[in-house]
Ligand binder design. Structure first.
Ligand SMILES: NC(=O)c1ccc[n+]([C@@H]2O[C@H](COP(=O)([O-])OP(=O)(O)OC[C@H]3O[C@@H](n4cnc5c(N)ncnc54)[C@H](O)[C@@H]3O)[C@@H](O)[C@H]2O)c1
Length: 355
């Protein structure tokens, strides 16, 4: 029988801590599959004069990023990512996407034979020459290990409270897919494994752009029907984006938790929507609001809109994705938010008389 796997969670923000709770409990429940100790890399910072790692390891709570939720005692916070990942069989990457390259560079050439990764990170990396790279590809390329994906309608605080929800694992290797399912699935967190890795990941990244648009609609005071239109047009652009840039993408994947479900939850409940609403209402910059409203948490929508726009501009395809483009331009202050409705009214979807 295979040896139990050593798991390291790379990241410890809001979602990182919630997923460490799940993996920690599963490690306790399934000792035949996973080693008891689950290491969690924590980007060290001081909270009320104490190191966050020390607080987590004594109080068993991430008081800054996931307050009032008990973490199992077998989740151990470690401030050096090389120590945390040492000898790991499974690396679970869950940190804001802008930091992934720096972290992977520290782990480069330090992985043991057979290590695998799963990414829960939503966003893209900018490729040389102005394209985009999937975060799973950054991990695969820098660490030379396989990388699966977990995405879904999973607002971290709700998952941490054990409210029922679903998630999708994208994994081409069925055996690894089963292993990942046993690591993540609980009675309240239900996993479906599909082999369409790219669509799972692209949905998770793009939905944050649409959530920014949903926030603009809320900030402009338009109500639920307008927001539903933003969600629908956003979904159309997500589907088209996959068709154009990831041929072979399966439409059925959009019906998994990583697709429509994640899009809906983010456009109603997520931080991208909340900050974007405030952007319209207050006139402050996105950076100012991120600092004021999120207590160290990071926004993914505006940087993702930026990364996507660099590629669309390069390929002269901005007009094929007018919603993504308008959202990007409003975030950058190049277009007033009041023009957002024009983009919806003039969307190419409405210019076709009969489909
Ligand atoms: N929070 C959610 O509800 C949720 C749900 C699903 C997916 N996600 C995705 O999970 C990923 C991680 O998000 P999160 O919510 O766990 O994080 P977060 O935004 O709550 O926290 C930010 C994290 O970044 C760390 N950090 C700050 N500066 C850093 C640096 N220079 N280098 C490395 N790390 C640094 C902080 O210590 C903290 O752990 C993101 O891609 C997000 O889109 C989040």
């Amino acid at each position: 029988m295979a040896k139990p796997k050593k798991v390291c969670v790379v990241g410890s923000g809001n979602w990182g801590s919630a997923i460490a709770k799940i993996i920690g409990n599963n490690a306790l429940d399934k000792p035949e599959l996973f080693e008891r100790e689950v290491r969690m890399w924590v980007f060290e910072e001081m909270v009320d004069g104490k190191k966050l790692t020390e607080i987590i390891n004594t109080k068993h709570q991430n008081v800054k990023y996931l307050p009032d939720i008990a973490l199992p005692e077998n989740v151990v916070a470690i401030p050096d990512v090389k120590d945390a990942a040492k000898d790991a069989d499974i690396l679970v990457f869950v940190l804001p996407h802008q930091f992934v390259r720096g972290v992977c560079n520290q782990l480069k050439d330090k992985m043991k034979e057979g290590t695998v990764a799963v990414t829960l990170i939503k966003g893209f990396d900018v490729a040389e020459g102005g394209g985009i790279l999937l975060i799973s590809d950054v991990i695969r390329n820098l660490l030379n290990i396989p990388c699966a994906i977990l995405m879904g309608a999973n607002i971290a605080n709700e998952v941490a409270k054990e409210n029922y929800c679903e998630a999708t694992v994208g994994c081409k290797d069925p055996e690894l897919g089963r292993l990942h399912k046993s690591m993540f699935q609980t009675k309240y967190f239900r996993i479906v494994v599909v082999d369409d890795e790219e669509t799972v990941e692209v949905c998770g990244a793009l939905k944050n752009i649409v959530a920014v648009g949903a926030g603009f609609a809320d900030g402009l005071g338009y109500g639920d029907n307008t927001k539903a239109a933003v969600i629908r047009l956003g979904l159309m652009e997500m589907v088209k984006f996959c068709e154009v840039f990831y041929p072979g993408s399966q439409q059925s994947t959009f019906l998994e938790s990583c697709g429509v479900a994640d899009l809906v939850t983010t456009c109603y409940g997520g931080r991208n929507r909340r900050v974007s609403e405030a952007y319209v209402r207050t006139g402050k910059t996105i950076e100012q609001l991120e600092a004021e409203m999120l207590n160290g948490q990071k926004l993914q929508g505006p940087p993702t809109a930026d990364e996507v726009n660099v590629m669309l501009k390069n390929k002269k395809m901005e007009d094929r994705f007018p919603l993504f483009t308008a959202i990007h331009r409003i975030c950058k202050g190049e277009l007033p938010a009041t023009k957002f409705l024009d983009c919806l009214k003039n969307h190419p979807e409405h210019m076709i008389s009969h489909k």
